[in-house]
Design a protein around this ligand. Structure first.
Ligand code: N01
Length: 564
């Protein structure tokens, strides 16, 4: 019987591991694989009943990755890279989940994962120098090291609307979609939100539904995906030189390849600039942000791109009032740029309408629908595409206690404080994969995950070799890093709006730009330098001096760890 099919497994108590891993998404899976490769014992816990993380939960109609399939995949195994074949330029959620399952099968990862299990507490025992981890299934295990791979967009944000509990209409959240699917045929559907999840799902829901009413608080910019079936010739060419292709991608700010123009938008005359935007629009995808180098740095440049996209919205949406409502006025790309397939066109359909709730918010849920201002909307289903408590939401749900009884939540109450987005002072032997303060959501997640996991694995090996007990960052270095993360954020127009990047979507959260916006290459160099210095930015207790890894540099292609 596979571990995931065992709902009645007995709790594990008093079992010791080298490493306890939280999460069975792409981060947790690769962490397990690496640890196994270097002979360290590990136990991973995962809430879901299978691997896949974000791609396990986000099963809403139209869910799809907006990083190209050939780049949104693991690079650690050449055989895997060569064997797996994507069917489309941008993979759909079912296909990515299938890929995750394939990886789990291929590397036999499930045997070290306990599914349907939520980690509730993790406490560092300062005398034993070990983490004790407890779960909602009664497990109590210990690890010398604790690695969080809980994901950045995993804690669903379901706003507490009044009357929700009494609502008789099915309420769905895009990030917690029912696994049996949901049939919208002939139904009156309300959708709350107009972020990426809504923009992907609305056109698909509208195909079946009798009517769709979209409640929009803030319009978002969306560029066309231009998804196509996989071009097999392109696939062959990439596979013929995959290592070079990946290495090149790692030299780019977001760790994926796209056409990037080094000029400022302002140095190009208006007519030529318009043609240039047209060209990028025709290509589609997130690469639109690469049309000029200063779109996120210079307000006037940004305005030119914003106006171009608003012009596109006006040219597609027939009703001028609806077009105006759908047109954002804020900084282009400040909130995460959305990638769509037929989103704006959907508002030309007679059974799709848009309700502006920016001035008059949704007042309450009722038994049969929603009340906004003095109007009531009857629905057969309500979709909340209302996003996530991003970056720290999943960690906040676990009581993580470090030195002197300090919890991580308490330490981070004014905003996350990490060194390199990997570690946090006062929490020895604790690592976060794609945590706040790392490029994470601003980068292609797959290389971001691989780089973190490899860095952590190298570090653990060096610790083992030196016989060291604990490692944690020095407060001064953490303060410097937090300052640097803030400084680079303040140079970008991305820090200027109420986005989930700064926690603004959740009432009461501190407003701090959480991901590292300095780019993947600069970040990689910093992490390399830290390791090459023998982890000079850390306090390491016990054992001989910890030596740098032997397999550097990782400048363009870090070396996989298979032995020490
Ligand atoms: O969530 P969001 P998402 N009343 O936070 C609205 C990734 N992702 O799930 O902007 C009314 O972006 C809210 O309004 P406002 C990607 O990184 C990737 O769509 O706060 N409305 C907003 O419109 C993405 O950025 C893909 O004013 C309320 C919406 O709900 C991230 O996940 C696909 C409200 C939430 O938008 C999150 O995207 C999907 C309220 N009380 C997701 N509360 C890819 O393509 C919230 N809203 C790879």
């Amino acid at each position: 019987m596979s571990p995931r099919a065992d709902p009645d497994r007995p709790p594990e108590t008093d079992v010791e591991f080298d490493v306890v891993v939280i999460g069975g998404g792409f981060g947790g899976m690769y962490m397990l694989h690496r640890l196994r490769g270097v002979g360290m014992s590990a136990r991973a816990f995962e809430v879901a009943d299978d691997v896949g993380g974000t791609w396990y939960w986000n099963r809403y109609p139209g869910a799809r990755c907006d990083v190209e399939s050939m780049q949104y995949s693991y690079s650690f195994s050449e055989d895997l890279e060569q064997d797996w074949s994507w069917s489309e330029k941008y993979a759909s959620q079912p296909e990515i989940l299938e890929y995750a399952r394939h990886v789990a099968d291929r590397f036999e990862l499930r045997r070290d994962i306990r599914f349907r299990t939520r980690v509730t507490t993790a406490s560092f025992d300062e005398r034993a120098h070990r983490w004790t981890v407890e779960t909602d299934r009664g497990d109590r295990v210990t690890g010398r090291f604790l690695v969080s791979a809980v994901g950045c967009l995993s804690a669903a944000n379901l706003p507490a609307f009044e009357g929700m509990d009494d609502c008789q209409v099915p309420i769905l959240h895009t990030g917690q979609w029912p696994h049996r699917g949901f049939d919208f045929s002939g139904l009156r559907v309300g959708v709350i939100g107009t972020g990426s999840s809504a923009i992907q799902s609305i056109p698909v829901i509208a195909r079946d539904a009798k009517s769709v009413v979209v409640f929009q608080r803030t319009p978002n910019y969306a560029v066309p995906a231009r998804n196509t079936p996989m071009n097999r010739d392109y696939e062959r060419r990439v596979k013929a030189s995959y290592p070079d292709f990946r290495a090149l991608a790692r030299t780019r700010m977001p760790a994926f390849l796209f056409q990037y123009d080094k000029r400022s938008a302002l140095e190009v005359p208006p007519a030529a600039r318009e043609r240039h935007y047209e060209d990028y629009w025709r290509r589609g995808g997130l690469g639109f942000l690469g049309a000029f180098s200063d779109l996120l740095l210079n307000q006037a440049s940004n305005d030119s791109a914003a106006e171009f996209v608003r012009g596109k919205i006006r040219s597609v949406v027939k009703d001028p009032t609806v077009a105006r409502l759908l047109s954002p006025s804020n900084v282009f790309g400040c909130k995460r740029l959305c990638v769509d397939t037929g989103y704006y066109e959907t508002f030309n359909l007679p059974h799709v309408s848009l309700v502006d709730v920016s001035e008059t918010p949704i007042r309450r849920f009722t038994e049969t629908g929603l009340a906004v201002a003095d109007r009531h909307y009857d629905f057969d289903a309500i979709v909340c595409a209302t996003g996530f408590a991003a970056m720290t939401g999943s960690l906040d749900r676990i009581r993580i206690t470090g030195r002197n009884g300090m919890t991580l939540k308490e330490k981070w109450k004014a905003g996350p404080r990490t060194y390199l987005g990997l570690t946090s002072a006062g929490f020895p032997n604790f690592f976060t994969v794609t945590g706040p303060g790392s490029p994470s959501v601003l980068a292609n997640m797959m290389p971001a995950i691989e780089q973190h996991v490899d860095w952590i694995t190298h570090c653990l090996l060096r610790m083992e070799e030196a016989g060291a007990r604990t490692i944690e960052p020095m407060v001064a270095n953490e303060d410097d890093w937090v300052g640097h993360v803030n400084d680079v954020a303040s140079e970008s127009l991305r820090s200027t709006c109420s986005s989930w990047y700064i926690g603004a979507n959740i009432p009461g959260r501190p407003r701090v730009f959480m991901p590292y916006i300095g780019g993947f290459p600069a970040y990689l160099e910093r992490c390399n330098a830290e390791a090459e210095s023998g982890y000079a930015g850390f306090t390491i207790e016990g054992g001989a001096p910890v030596t740098p890894p032997r397999t550097f540099p990782w400048t363009t292609r870090w070396t996989a760890v298979t032995s020490n």
